[in-house]
Structures are given as C-alpha cells and as structure tokens.
Design a protein around this ligand. Sequence first.
Ligand SMILES: Cc1ncc(COP(=O)(O)O)c(C=O)c1O
Length: 443
Amino acid sequence: MKGPDLKTNLPGPKAQAIIARDRQVVSTSYTRDYPLVIARGEGAYVEDVDGNVFLDCTAGIAVTSTGHAHPEVVQAISEQAGRFLHMSGTDFYYEPQVRLGEVLSEIAPMPGPHRSFFGNSGTEANEAALKLAKYYTKRHGIIAFLGSFHGRTMGALSLTASKLTQRRGFSPFVPGTYHAPYANCYRCPVGRSPDTCAAECLGFIENQILVHLVAPDEVAAIVVEPIQGEGGYVVPPDVFLQRLREITSQRGMLLIVDEVQSGMGRTGRMFAIEHAGVQPDVVTMAKGIASGLPLGVATARSEMISWPPGTHASTFGGNPVACAAALTTIRLLRDTLIHNAEVVGAHLIAGARALMEKHALIGDVRGRGLMVGVELVRDRQTKERATTERDAVVRECFQRGLLVLGAGTNSIRLSPPLVLTTAQADTALGILDAAISAVTKSN
Ligand SMILES: Cc1ncc(COP(=O)(O)O)c(C=O)c1O
C-alpha cells in the first residue's frame, strides 16, 4: 500500500453510509474527530472503505505498534486461533500466557523475579495495580496527577484527571484519591524553567497532601504516567520521576508507572521510565503490547503479587490469541522497532521543531521517540491555548491524507506505528505544515 492517495471527497459515499448507520446503533460517548472508516491497513498506511489511502500517525491511539497487520503477528494470531481461542487462564493453564509472563519478566524495568496479572485493557491493568497496591500495603490512599489519564472504569477513572467530560456526571469517585500537579515544563505549575527544575511541584505532595489530607502511612501508591499521554504528550524532567521514587521509597508507598501509552518501545526504550533510570514497583501495559489485540498487564515483583487465589481475575484476561500476538510483537520490538522508534522519532521531533520557525501557532514540540506532541498557542508569550485551531489542524490533516489525533485541549499527538520510515515522517511533516498554513490563513 502506498499513500497518501485520496480518490474521493472525504468522507466518501461508502464511509458516509456506514457513519449514518453507526449513528443509529453505537454509543454516542465515543469521540470521533473526523470521519475515517477503515477497510484495511498495512504498515503505516490505512485504506478507507472508498479506497482512499492515509498515512497513519495515530496507530489507533498508539496501539498498532508493529504496523497494521504485520504479517508475522497475523501468522502468530492465526496459528494460535487454529489451536484454541479460549480456555480462561484464570482457571486453567496454557503455555502462551506462561511464556508471555517469562518474556515480561525479561523486559520489566525493575529487578525480578516478577509475576504478571493479565486483563484486557489499559484501565483493567490499572485496576489490577490499584487493587494490588491496596492489598499488599494494607493502605487505602492513592496519589495521582492532574492532567493524567488512567482509564474509565471507576477505580482508574478516580485517578484520571484529564478532561472534565470524562468525569462529569460520574462522581462520587473512589474515596482516598488525591491529585498533585504534574511537571509540565512548558506550563510549570511553580514558575520554574526546565533548566532550574528540581521537581518543586512535588512539594505539593510532601508539604500539602501528606500534611493536610492523608497521613503518609495511609498512602498505598503514587501512580504516574512517565510521559502524560492523553493530557498532551507532556514530558517531565527526569528529576521529577527520580524524586517520586524517593518519596515513595522513603514512606513505604508503591510507585506504579502507567506505561499503557508510553510503553512497548514507543519512546525508543521498551518503557519510558527507563529514560529516567527509575525502577518502579509495578508497571502497567496495554495498547501497543499486542499490536491491536486486547491485552492489559500489570507486572510487579513476585513477592508483591502473591495474593491468594480468587482475590483478582478476569475471564478473558490473557487470552491465548492476544498472548501469541504479544509474544511476536515484543520480539519484533526488541529486534528492530524500538531502535527505529528512536531514530525516526528523533527525525520527526527535529522536523516538527523546524516548523516552529515558520508557524507562530506552534508553541512547543516535545516527545521521545515516536511519542511526539505539538502544542498550539495563539500567542507564544501568553501561551493562550489554540483549542479551535488545534481541532481545525487535525481535520485539515485528515483532508490531506494524514491521520493525527489531539491530546489535551490544544496539542496534536503524533503516535505512528513504530515501523514509520524517515521518508514517511517527512511526508507527515509536509502535510502538518500545509494544514497549519491553511488554518492560519483562514483565521
Ligand atoms: C496512560 C493510559 N492509561 C490507561 C489508558 C486506558 O486504556 P484503555 O482505553 O485500554 O482502557 C490509556 C488510554 O488511552 C492511557 O493512555
């Protein structure tokens, strides 16, 4: 497949017909930024039902890590599907789940031995980590961060503090959940610059939350995204994550890192936390782990995850087909794709930074590997958020054959499959450039 190659106006007639049917029968809670109706995918390309080909810088929200329909992943899936589809790893044994546990132990960002809990999604991985932290420490409090996204089931949603629409109408949340400012250097909550950052924002945890709201020995865990995803692809300085490790270790709290979006090679390391040299207690994974099949995992040191039978389980969790996809995905990541994410990611970030010279609308470009955020502002001094402009740029990209998504209220996220080439990165940058020009002109 080659592209971008647009044959019809967008959406084309077949896409329009499917979207009309969708409106009748599918939950209205889904956020569809533009009318893409996929028919098939290959590598970093997606073809819609009208034959239009797009360059995909979304990877289905950072999921298709090995590219769409990677032949080796498809082969692993079909071979496993031919053997058996399900037997519930909660009640019976099968080798693909055991093998995946072994491989996860090899790649986990903290010393082993480890054990893994298997669910079906990011939110389930985080629910497992939360329950584990409470069970293991016999404490109830959890601290998370403003701007974070950890999922939408009630435990994970209680930690999520990204957009109000995600929380409005669903309170009360799980009691004992507290939020602290995240180290967003572009909008530092305590007025420092990245060069002088000593993670002073964590003073809010040490001097406010743990003094006025909850005793340190009642807090089970601090949960953090090593790079905030949905919140705007915000990269904190290493010292922020290092200080968090100190705060938690000193007080008997667990450090849970949510690598659902930033993990599985996307940042040029298997896990984003590795960039900071920090070893967490629990790591949660989903999205890119199985190239598109549903799988969520919480991995912890073995002595922590030794809760008795029946305490936590999930019928479909660790489905054998998803495990087979994950094993092949992780092999491909280790062989070549993590390195590719590092190299092509650096090229993409440099190219996006170069666009700042041309477009005053771009306030900040940040990221690691192929996890790249482009924040749009109306004024570089005031940093007024260019929210409507951001939405318009995302739509303009689509009209030109490039798939991107928003993150936060005014950032664009580039999270392509990790097979992206430098030539494809250049194509994406060219389209982004044209889309921003079009939006700037029309304002
Ligand atoms: C960091 C992070 N954690 C958790 C989740 C929830 O994952 P899921 O939608 O698979 O439940 C997401 C989803 O975007 C995420 O980005």
